[in-house]
Design a protein around this ligand. Structure first.
Ligand SMILES: [Zn+2]
Ligand SMILES: [Zn+2]
Ligand SMILES: [Zn+2]
Ligand SMILES: [Zn+2]
Length: 166
C-alpha cells in the first residue's frame, strides 16, 4: 500500500474523500545560512480553510465543525517533493559543496586563509551537510505527521525565544 501515500493529498480532497485535515507548507530553505529560515507548516481544515491544530479531531470554526481526519504523511512542500537540497539545486552545487568557499573549507585572501564561516570549515553545503538531500524530509520527499509536529514545535520554541529577547 506504499503507493497510496504518494498520491497528493490535494487530489484526495478534490475527489471529496477523506482526509479533511490538511497541511500547507510555507517558505523555502534559505539559500545562504545567514538568511532567515521562515519555513513552517500550517495545519488547516480542508472543508472551510480555518487554521487548526495538527491532529485536531474537529474543526474549531463554529460554522463548520467538520470532523477532521489526518493523513500520516504529506508530500514535502519545502523541496517540492523532490527530496533535493534546494540551495544546492539553485546554486548548481552538484557535489553539494559549500557555495561560499567552493568546498575548500577556507577562504583565501590577502595572504591569509581563515576558516569559511558559512560551512564552519567543512567545505560542505550547510543546509544538507553535503548529502544533497532536503533537510526537512531527509530526501524522503514526504513529511510524516511526526516530522510536521516537530517542525511546528521548533517554530513555536523559536518564536518564544524571539519574543523574550530584549
Ligand atoms: Zn472547517
Ligand atoms: Zn564554506
Ligand atoms: Zn545542500
Ligand atoms: Zn523535502
Amino acid at each position: 500500500m506504499r503507493w497510496f501515500w504518494l498520491v497528493p493529498v490535494a487530489l484526495l480532497a478534490a475527489c471529496g474523500s477523506k482526509p479533511t485535515g490538511l497541511v500547507k507548507f510555507s517558505g523555502f530553505a534559505p539559500i545562504r545560512p545567514q538568511d532567515t529560515d521562515s519555513r513552517t507548516a500550517i495545519p488547516y481544515c480542508g472543508a472551510c480553510g480555518t487554521k487548526v491544530d495538527l491532529g485536531a479531531s474537529k474543526c474549531k470554526n463554529a460554522k463548520c465543525l467538520e470532523p477532521l481526519a489526518w493523513a500520516e504523511s504529506w508530500g514535502c512542500g519545502f523541496c517540492g517533493a523532490s527530496g533535493e537540497c534546494r540551495p544546492c539545486r539553485l546554486l548548481d552545487q552538484r557535489d553539494f559543496q559549500c557555495s561560499n568557499c567552493r568546498g575548500k573549507g577556507v577562504l583565501t585572501y590577502e595572504g591569509r586563509s581563515p576558516k569559511c564561516p558559512q560551512c564552519d570549515g567543512t567545505g560542505k553545503c550547510p543546509m544538507c551537510k553535503g548529502t544533497g538531500k532536503c533537510d526537512q524530509c531527509g530526501g524522503n520527499r514526504k513529511m510524516t505527521r511526526d516530522q510536521v509536529a516537530k517542525l511546528l514545535k521548533d517554530r513555536e520554541t523559536k518564536k518564544d525565544k524571539d519574543e523574550t529577547q530584549p
